[in-house]
Design a protein around this ligand. Structure first.
Ligand code: FE2
Length: 588
C-alpha cells in the first residue's frame, strides 16, 4: 500500500510517502527549488518520494491532499475579494489543486481530500506512539478552523470543537509580528526570541485584542485587525491602542518592541494553557498531541508541559503546513487499510548522497578535500580539532531533515562555551538579529546534567532552564533558557559519536547546532548547496559525509560562480512547476 501525501498552495509545500504504513520519505519543496517557503506544487519533492520508495507513479494507490478546497472556497467567499486581488480570481477555483495534481504530477488515480485541521491532528496523533491522546491543533487558518480540539484512539482521530476564522491565535501572532516589523509566516520565531528581553507591560492592551470564551473558544476584537478584507494585518486602531507606530523592517528594536513581544507571548501562553486545561477535562486523557504552526512556539510548548495538566506531550516536528501532508497520508492509509500507520521514529526522511557520489562531485569540480572514507574516528577527531579552535563547521551527513529544525543532518556546529561564538556565527553566516539565541545539541545521556529536562527532546520543540555547571553563553537565552536537541546514538549514530568525541576532548557533551543555510535561504539539501553556502559565507570548514573541506581548499574563483549557479538552479525548478497563479497562494 503506497500512499503519497501532499500539502501545497499556501506556504511550505511538501510531499511524503507512506509504504505499508511506514513513513519512508518526506521533504519540503523549498529544499529542492531553493525558494524559501515555496508554496508551489511540490514536483521535485514528489519525484524524490517516488525515487526513495523505488516506485513509479502507477505503483501509488492514492494521493492524499491536506485540505478541502471546497470548504476553503466557502471561507474565501465569506471573506470577500481582498483589496488589490486579481479580477479573474483563479484562487476562487476549488478545482485548481486537483487539476495541478493531474496535470503537474501526471497522477490519474484517486485523490483523497482531508480537512486542514484533521490533517494537522492526524499528523500528530496517528504518527505518535500513544495508543490514545487528546489532540490540539492551532494555526493561522485552514479552511475555516483556526484551532481544533479532539481525541485520537487507535487508527481514528475525531475533532469535536473548533474556533473559526477570523478568530485565530496564529493570525493574532502574525498580526503582532507584522506590527513589530517582521515578516508574517517567517518572523514569528523572532518575536518569540525577542519576548524574554521585555516586560509584560502591555497585557491590558493585548487582552483587548483577544479574549477567552467558554470551553475551547476565544475571540479577536476585529476592530484592531484588517486581514479579513484589507491588505494589511492590522487596522489603524492597533497602533493607537499601543501608542506607537508600527516598526519599519530592519529599524532599531527598542524596549517598546521587546515589551510588546513579551506581552503577546504571555497572553498566547495564558490562552493555550487555559484551553489545554479545558481539553484535558473534556477528554480525561493524560497525554496530548499537537500540530499546526502555533505548535512551533517552543516556549509555549514548554509551559504547557510544565504547568499544564497533561503528563506527556508529542508535537509533530513538522508542525506547520508542510507537515500537513503527513496527516493526509496517515488518514488515507487508515481509511484504505483500517490500520494505523507506524509511529514517527525520526525526521531524517529527505534525500541523501553517498560518499562516492560526493567523491565524484569533488573530482569533477576540482575541489581538494581530506578523504576520511573508512576512517570515521579520524574524521570526528579532525572536526573536533576545528571546533575546539573556534571554527564554525558545516555538517552534512545522512538524509535531509523534514521540518524547520536542523538536527545533525544539515547543521552548522560550533563550541557552545565560546562567549564570542554567537556574534561570530552571525557575522560569518547567519546574519540574523543579534538577540536570537542559538540552540544546543546535547548527548541524551548527559542532558539532565545541563538542562531542567526529564524526558528526551529529539526535535528541539520545547524550551527549558539551563542548569549546566558549564558556562554556555552561545546557547543560553537572556532568561536562562535553551531549546536543546537531545541526541541519541540509536537515532543519529555519527552525530552522537561526534558529540562524544567533543566531550572526551573538552568535558562538554554539547555543541551549538544551527541550521546550515545563510539568511533568507532554505536549509541546504545537496552537497552543491552546502559548498555554495560555504562559498557565500564565512564558514570555516564543511564536512560532506566522509570528506572534510577547509575554507582554504575552496578554489578562489568558486565564490564568483555561485550566484549564477543558484539562479540557474532556481529558474530550472521554476520551469518544471505547474503554471498555477500566484494568487492561489494568498490565504484570504
Ligand atoms: Fe495549517
Amino acid at each position: 500500500m503506497n500512499v503519497l501525501g501532499l500539502s501545497a498552495f499556501f506556504h511550505e509545500s511538501a510531499c511524503c510517502l507512506l509504504q505499508d504504513g511506514r513513513l519512508v520519505a518526506a521533504a519540503e519543496e523549498e529544499r529542492f527549488s531553493r525558494v524559501k517557503h515555496d508554496p508551489r506544487l511540490p514536483v521535485s519533492a514528489f519525484r524524490f518520494c517516488l525515487q526513495a520508495g523505488g516506485l513509479g507513479i502507477t505503483d501509488l494507490e492514492a494521493v492524499a491532499y491536506y485540505e478541502s478546497p471546497l470548504k476553503k472556497l466557502s471561507r474565501q467567499l465569506w471573506a470577500g475579494i481582498p483589496e488589490g486581488a486579481s479580477p479573474d480570481l483563479p484562487w476562487l477555483d476549488p478545482g485548481a489543486p486537483e487539476r495541478a495534481i493531474r496535470e503537474g504530477l501526471g497522477w490519474e488515480g484517486p485523490i483523497l481530500f482531508f480537512d486542514h485541521h484533521l490533517s494537522h491532528a492526524a499528523s500528530a496523533f496517528l504518527l505518535s506512539d500513544l495508543p490514545e491522546a487528546a489532540v490540539l491543533t492551532v494555526d493561522g487558518v485552514g479552511e475555516w478552523a483556526t484551532t481544533s480540539y479532539g481525541r485520537g484512539r487507535g487508527a481514528e482521530v475525531e475533532l469535536f470543537e473548533e474556533v473559526d476564522f477570523p478568530h485565530s491565535l496564529g493570525l493574532l501572532y502574525a498580526t503582532l509580528t507584522s506590527y513589530l516589523g517582521f515578516e508574517v509566516n517567517d518572523g514569528e520565531y523572532k518575536v518569540m526570541g525577542l519576548a524574554p528581553y521585555g516586560e509584560p507591560r502591555y497585557l491590558d492592551q493585548m487582552r483587548r485584542l483577544v479574549s477567552p470564551g467558554p470551553e475551547g473558544q476565544y475571540r479577536l476584537d476585529l476592530d484592531y485587525f484588517d486581514f479579513v478584507r484589507g491588505r494589511r494585518m492590522y487596522s489603524d486602531a492597533l497602533p493607537r491602542l499601543f501608542g506607537e507606530p508600527p516598526r519599519r523592517p530592519e529599524a532599531e528594536i527598542t524596549r517598546f518592541h521587546q515589551d510588546v513581544a513579551r506581552s503577546l507571548q504571555a497572553v498566547l501562553e495564558e490562552i493555550l494553557l487555559a484551553k489545554a486545561l479545558w481539553l484535558h477535562e473534556r477528554t480525561g486523557l493524560p497525554d496530548l498531541c499537537m500540530a499546526g504552526g502555533v505548535a512551533l512556539n517552543v516556549v509555549a510548548n514548554g509551559r504547557i508541559l510544565r504547568e499544564g495538566p497533561f503528563e506527556r506531550l508529542f508535537v509533530q516536528p513538522a508542525a506547520g503546513d508542510s507537515g500537513g501532508c503527513l496527516g493526509a497520508a496517515a488518514l488515507a492509509h487508515a481509511q484504505l487499510t483500517g490500520k494505523r500507520p507506524e509511529p514517527l521514529r525520526h525526521v531524517y526522511l529527505g534525500p541523501r548522497w553517498s560518499a562516492d557520489e560526493i567523491a565524484g562531485l569533488l573530482a569533477a569540480t576540482g575541489i581538494q578535500a581530506h578523504d576520511f572514507r573508512g576512517r570515521e574516528a579520524d574524521l570526528l577527531e579532525a572536526v573536533v580539532d576545528r571546533l575546539t579552535s573556534g571554527q564554525v563547521v558545516g555538517w552534512f551527513h545522512g538524509p535531509l531533515e523534514l521540518g524547520p529544525r536542523a538536527l545533525g543532518g544539515r547543521s552548522l556546529l560550533a563550541d557552545p562555551r565560546d562567549p564570542g561564538m554567537r556574534d561570530r556565527l552571525n557575522r560569518l553566516v547567519k546574519k540574523r538579529e543579534a538577540f536570537r539565541p542559538f540552540a544546543p545539541s546535547v548527548l541524551a545521556s548527559h542532558a539532565a546534567a545541563h538542562f531542567d529536562l526529564d524526558h528526551p527532546s529529539p526535535y528541539m520543540l520545547e524550551t527549558c532552564r539551563v542548569i549546566s555547571p558549564l558556562d554556555l553563553p552561545a546557547v543560553t537565552h537572556v532568561d536562562g533558557s535553551a531549546r536543546p536537541q537531545t541526541v541519541d546514538p540509536g537515532m543519529s549514530p555519527r552525530y552522537a559519536a561526534l558529540l562524544e568525541a567533543f566531550h572526551r576532548r573538552t568535558g562538554c557533551p554539547l555543541l551549538v547546532n544551527t541550521s546550515f543555510n545563510v539568511r533568507g535561504e532554505p536549509i541546504v539539501a545537496s552537497p552543491v548547496d552546502a559548498l555554495s553556502c560555504m562559498g557565500v559565507s564565512g564558514i570555516d570548514a564543511v564536512v560532506l559525509e566522509d570528506f572534510l573541506i577547509d575554507r582554504a581548499m575552496l578554489p578562489a574563483h568558486w565564490a564568483d560562480l555561485l550566484p549564477a549557479w543558484r539562479e540557474r538552479s532556481r529558474s530550472g525548478f521554476a520551469r518544471g512547476q505547474s503554471a498555477i497563479s500566484e494568487d492561489l497562494y494568498t490565504f484570504v
